[in-house]
Ligand binder design. Structure first.
Ligand code: HEC
Ligand code: HEC
Length: 338
């Protein structure tokens, strides 16, 4: 009897011990994975008054040719400084050719080119292009407005001039100074702390079981992690993910790299569930549509990223992945930056 009990105990041990080991290995792997997505401490803002000037300009319609359009007209703070419109109406009343992009976290993008196709080298260049010839301008209409005339509006605003002179004593107020301020503001658009961040920081209750499974899928079977990498969920790089599009994206700018044809900048997934429809051309209406696109692998063409390979998720797995994506939006995104 004794022997049988001992044997039974040994059998139990033999079965349980490796299981326990496997458990700790899985725990360690998950912990290591979470570490890759841990957010850094917020970047210090050393020129607060200059940034505040930039904030004022970002929300000011006076920065546009007509005086009716602000940067914020197509970059809504509550949507991660993005939009839910497939296309936005520009200052000339025409629709933009692509969907507006979210700006949260862009201060961490380093020297990554700016725009879906990376047309602008810096945030300053992008703001300048937008004002001089782009969506803030009346270029191509009968009444284009010179940037000097736009700057004059601010020169005639005594309160603005007083602030400008306080922050940049002796500096000339020109379009260069104004776009520098706008870009300085953009660099402070810190994503709000999301439930996902609280989970990574150690709060096991911060996100649901399905969301945790979704995070594992994101980095495993669904293989999203290589491009949507790090705490902002973007590699700030350009890839062709095989969507149906006539737009050559990065390929218009970079002609000698076959992989850049139909390539677009990987968008941040911070607060992504607030911003349907998805992609540069709004070709996916919901997150489920996006996931189904990745499952199929997109159009097989020479430029398609080698990372795009078909796979199949169960309904449950698809829902888990969506549950995870829903944990990436934080409250008070800008409150932190101020
Ligand atoms: C009429 C709508 C509209 C207005 C107004 C507008 N934008 Fe945009 N913004 C867009 C669109 C559309 C894109 C994508 C452009 C592209 O790559 O084709 C974009 C892209 C950007 C990007 C690139 C983000 C990235 O991740 O690469 C930045 C930065 C930006 N806008 C800042 C601004 C600033 C600053 C202003 C004001 C000076 C402004 N925008 C005004 C619609 C607008
Ligand atoms: C090869 C790199 C790559 C891989 C792998 C990848 N993505 Fe993307 N993702 C991108 C690029 C690039 C875009 C923008 C494409 C476009 O606009 O045409 C994008 C767009 C998206 C969007 C739309 C965001 C928006 O603001 O419009 C979502 C959501 C998304 N990806 C989620 C995922 C998920 C989930 C996975 C895994 C199943 C995944 N991605 C795998 C590169 C990638």
């Amino acid at each position: 009897m004794k022997f049988i009990r001992l044997a039974a105990a040994l059998v139990v041990l033999a079965v349980v011990a490796p299981l326990a080991d496997a458990q700790t290995v899985a725990d360690k792997e998950l912990a290591a994975l979470k570490e890759l997505y841990r957010r850094p401490v917020p970047q210090p803002i050393d020129n607060k008054e200059f940034v505040e000037l930039g904030r004022e300009l970002f929300f000011s319609p006076q920065l546009s040719a007509s005086g009716n359009t602000a940067c914020a007209s197509c970059h809504f703070p509550q949507l991660g400084y993005g939009v839910t419109d497939a296309k936005s109406k520009n200052d000339a009343g025409k629709l933009t050719s692509r969907k507006s992009q979210p700006l949260i976290g862009i201060g961490y993008a380093g020297s990554a080119p700016v725009g879906w196709d990376g047309k602008s080298a810096t945030l300053e260049d992008q703001a300048m292009a937008s004002i001089a010839t782009g969506s803030m301008s009346l270029q191509g209409t009968e009444k284009p407005v010179k940037t000097e005339a736009i700057v004059d509006r601010f020169k005639n605003d005594a309160a603005f001039v007083a602030k400008f002179e306080k922050v940049m004593p002796g500096a000339a107020m020109g379009i260069d100074a104004l776009v520098k301020a706008v870009a300085a503001y953009e660099r402070t658009l810190e994503p709000g702390v999301a439930p996902f961040d609280r989970w990574v920081a150690g709060d096991e209750q911060a996100i649901s079981g399905p969301a945790k499974r979704g995070f594992v899928l994101f980095n495993g079977k669904a293989n999203c992690g290589p491009c949507h990498s790090g705490w902002r969920f973007t590699d700030d790089n350009f890839h062709d993910i095989g969507t149906t599009t006539m737009d050559e994206g990065r390929g218009r700018i970079v002609k000698d790299d076959p992989l850049m044809k139909f390539a677009f900048k990987t968008p941040t997934l911070r607060s992504v569930h607030l911003r349907p429809p998805y992609m540069h051309n709004a070709s996916a209406a919901t997150l489920e549509d996006v996931i189904r696109h990745y499952e199929k692998g997109g159009i097989d063409r020479p430029s398609r990223s080698p990372l795009m390979t078909a796979f199949e998720l169960t309904d449950q797995e698809r829902q888990d992945l969506i549950a995870f994506l829903n944990t990436l939006d934080g409250q008070n995104a800008t409150a932190q930056a101020q």
